[in-house]
Ligand binder design. Structure first.
Ligand code: 5GP
Length: 140
């Protein structure tokens, strides 16, 4: 497997399942399999690029536009107090999957997420239900 063919390529082609919150011609947004907080979403471009430094700037702009909408949906559905947008660009910056992706993470006052990351697993049906709520909020 080359660096440009990652697990995210398989999620885009639907060869690997994911809890998809939003999709258009340019991006796909789905729940992170190991959420830092429930609702933790990844926004990725469909066109492969290794990271945000290599990504086409217009595509990067669209990723951010959709991330803003997802943050609003997370706030509405989860009642979170804040949202982190972050992107790891390069192994030295903590990047593990070499396909551009923006993390959109709901935050709660005093959740201490980055001091003590949750990195949990969803219980049966939880991710499906959360995905449906976020997707519905995005459509409204
Ligand atoms: P990075 O460290 O590269 O910024 O983040 C990669 C993220 O991808 C991690 O938060 C990890 O949990 C997530 N991830 C890795 N493999 C999969 C997968 O197969 N499905 C989903 N939904 N998320 C994944």
């Amino acid at each position: 497997m080359t660096r440009m063919s990652t697990i995210f390529s398989k999620i885009i082609s639907k060869d690997v399942p994911a809890d998809i919150v939003y999709e258009d011609d340019i991006v796909l947004a789905f729940l992170d399999i190991h959420p830092i907080q429930p609702g933790h979403t990844l926004v990725i471009p469909k066109a492969p690029s290794e990271n945000g430094i290599a990504c086409d700037p217009d595509t990067l702009g669209h990723i951010m536009k959709i991330a803003q909408q997802i943050a609003k949906a997370q706030t509405s559905v989860l009642g979170c107090d804040g949202v982190n947008f972050f992107m790891n660009n390069g192994a030295a910056a903590g990047q593990e999957v070499f396909h551009t992706h923006l993390h959109v993470i709901p935050r709660f006052t005093d959740d201490n997420t980055f001091e003590k990351p949750l990195r949990g697993e969803y219980e049966s049906g939880e991710a499906t239900s959360l995905t449906a709520s976020l997707a519905a909020s995005l459509e409204s």
